[in-house]
Design a protein around this ligand. Sequence first.
Ligand SMILES: [Zn+2]
Length: 875
Amino acid sequence: MFRLDPRRVPLSAWFCLLALGSSCFFTSATAQAEDLRDLQKLYRAGDYATCADVAVKVAQERPGDEDVWALKIRAELQIGRYAEALKSLESAFRMSPLSVRLRWLGRSVYRLNGQPDRARQMEAEIATLLQQQAWRFGDMQSQLALGEFFLSQKVDPKKVLDGIYNVVRKRQPTFVEAVIACGELALEKQDFALAAKHFDAALKLDDTHPDVHFGLARAFAQSEGDRSSRELARTLELNPNHVPALLLLADGHIDAERYAIASEMLGRVEAINPKHPLAAAYRAVIAHLQNNPDSEVRARQLALSTWAENPEVDHLIGRKLSHKYRFAEGAAAQRRALQFDDDYTAARLQLSQDLLRLGEEEEGWALARQAADEDGYNVVAHNLVTLEQSLRKFRTLEEDGFLLRMDAREAEIYGPRVLALLKRAKATLVPKYNVTLPEPVVIEMFPKQSDFAIRTFGLPGGAGFLGVCFGTVITANSPASQGENPACWEATLWHEFCHVVTLTKTRNRMPRWLSEGISVYEEGLENRTWGQALTPQYRTMLLGDDFTPLSELSGAFLHAKSPLHLQFAYYESSLAVEFLVGAFGQEALERVLDDLATGLAINDALERHCASLAKLDRDFMEFARNRALSLAPLADWSEPELPRRADEATIADWLKLHPNNYAGLGRLAQAQSAARNWDAATGTLQKMLELYPEDGRAGGPYSQLAAIYREQKRNQDERAVLKRQVEFTNDNLAAFARLAALAADEQDWQTVRDMANRWLAVNPLQPAVHRLAADVAEKTDDLALAAASYESLLALDPIDPAALHLQLATARERQGDLQVARRHAILALEETPRYAQAHERLRSIVGKLTSPRNKPEAAPPPPPLAIPLTLKDRP
Ligand SMILES: [Zn+2]
């Protein structure tokens, strides 16, 4: 395909010329301007047919007016009158044979008339005209057309912005189209904040321009859903036939699995233009997702019926399929797009990301590099190439079909623990769901959140995500990326691995709610502190308007009103899975998954193997209500009607009438503690825990009670309280550490060990936890754990490496691993040459190594690390 070489053409020279060029825009007579304004009004209101018809008359009066012809052609293209548009173009060329603007429009006209060669010729002619007589094209409309042309030729967007758009804006500050062009450029580069700024500026110039509102709708789509919806509605108010806005709505409905409404939107587009390629492409997407291959083929054929090699059609189909986790089908579609146009960078980049998500890394990275070469200003491509370089420094651990990539230092500290967890998840979930996993399953743990985000989404952001699974590739945040309070990585990886199992089983054909529901449910089965617990807030949501019927759970994820609602969608989905398994058995769930794999829709599969949707909705609601009511049934959850600064006596008085008001009791306990009235506070906190024993929040009644007992040096009581609290939390490191210390005083090694393991499951990057593990290992003679702990400590840049090497040498010697033991004794001496104990150790080890009994035997490999504690009690 023709492509301008920006290195050979002195663009800056053109830009200077263009800036000085004459403008014919203001020379039109007033009557002409009025005619044109009327035409523009019709076009903007979406009355394209009338616009085209009126333009015929105006063009007869003023055949040389390029603005009229351009509007006529654009109106005809909007309503699919492609042949007429071609005729108009040819008429217009007779009047303005040297127009670059008509050529730029002509590119689309020829493409949609099945003449791609002529379309390419248009591009070539623009380049030639520019080289020969750039001075002709100084008017603002030509300049905007040239801006788009340059961008299509992958010219540095900054140059286009500074050399064209900003120059036009300076010359004519009220020319809204130029501001819109700046906004579009920012959207294209995914700089949404900048785009919003441009479109806001455009709004001040013209708040009745549908494209301005449409620009705002897209600029706010990621950050402010409400504003975005309002702007989209306003766009369609101003122009009910705004095709891109209708397509965007259809796109959103497809994401939300509301295929019927999406079809309705596409119907509206088809009423405007029955041959719209993208409307037909969306039809193909819906047909694919509804497992309707014949319709899919027909829709794609229609999409390509006007421009047979339109790469955007397959690119769009693939992108939407990938959005639904159908990465293999998505990748195939991008390959088709690239067959049509090997220069179509968007398809190459999407293919690269699809392949990376499928674990086909070699080709995935190569394509990312190629895309970055082709479009040096593409943020995603640039990000991926940078990420690849930092991933090269990662360490890869392989075992049991897993390929685990971690930061090299982190791999030394807790890599084996991650592998042990994954192997345990595999041994539990693979047979349970009766699935064969492809190998390898790739897990990447990122110490930097930004790297995680780029690997996962292509762009920075996504701060709320701990891990993501694409099928057989898992990406996760390591504890290092999570600041002061990391989440339990073991729970995260169990959850993500469960996605690997269910996505493999359904060939990625499952609604998100079911996948998330099963993953959260399985977390809770494995360890009752994992997954999601019912909270007073969820209780209110389950009993109120936030409850979503089982048959509509897909929407709960896609229309979550807030981060809390999204979190609640996970909880409710896991409850739905628990309900389904309880009512119909694990086998029914498995059969539902099998049906999904064949392409059946979830609600059909549920009806086949469980019950009618009406019954499921009814019974699940009942189940959820009962679960909600089971939380602290005697507690009164209403907000106490108390002044904000009520004193202890006032609160106590009020509680006489509302003895079970949980928030009121909380306030009383606080007031009593503040007055150091420990006995009274203890009584109040105990009352709270009688009402709601599962309240394991950090800072909640258990924490407060433990703090009081600590103050009173009542160690036994403090220990008992903490022991109960840790049954309801998986990441309260302060509670784990304190309980471990108290248990150590009592020589309760089992508890110390449990707490060390649970601490490691959250943050293994703290030396203190490895010291704890080493201590308990020494006390209980667990040589493997002792050695692993010393190794982790050594990887954590300790201040006492000599002592640690000696301790490690001792543990390894006792394990019989004499070679490794000797190495560490020598390393201890390297650190501290006159270290008497290390000399003694080395002599002992060497003595054993040279004794004939030891010679022939190679050192046995170190045994695996202790498996972390699992609470087997089920909720
Ligand atoms: Zn998940």
